[in-house]
Design a protein around this ligand. Structure first.
Ligand code: SF4
Ligand code: SF4
Length: 77
C-alpha cells in the first residue's frame, strides 16, 4: 500500500529529503511517488507541510494513476 501525493503539493522537496528509498520523482506540476519503490514506511506523510500525502487506501483513483504514470517518466527528486 504505497503512499500517494495529490495536487495540493507545492513542490517544497521535504518528502524527497526524508524518503529512505528515494521513491520521489518530480513532475512538472507536483512531486509523485513511485508505487513500486515506496516501502510504505509512512515517514513522508507526517512531514508534508500541506498534507498532500496519504496512503493509497485514502487517495483518489486519479491521484493513484497520476503518481504511477508520472513516476516512470519524471526524474528522481
Ligand atoms: S511512505 Fe516512506 S518509502 Fe514511501 S514515499 Fe514516503 S518516505 Fe518514501
Ligand atoms: S513534502 Fe508535501 S508539498 Fe513538499 S514536495 Fe513533498 S508532497 Fe509536495
Amino acid at each position: 500500500m504505497p503512499s500517494v501525493i495529490n495536487d495540493s503539493c507545492i513542490k517544497c522537496g521535504t518528502c524527497a529529503g526524508i524518503c529512505p528509498v528515494s521513491a520521489m520523482h518530480l513532475s512538472d506540476s507536483q512531486m509523485v511517488i513511485d508505487p513500486d519503490t515506496c516501502i510504505d514506511c509512512g515517514a513522508c506523510i507526517a512531514e508534508c507541510p500541506v498534507s498532500a500525502i496519504c496512503n493509497d487506501a485514502e487517495a483518489t483513483p486519479e491521484a493513484i494513476s497520476f503518481n504511477a504514470e508520472q513516476s516512470k517518466i519524471c526524474p528522481s527528486a
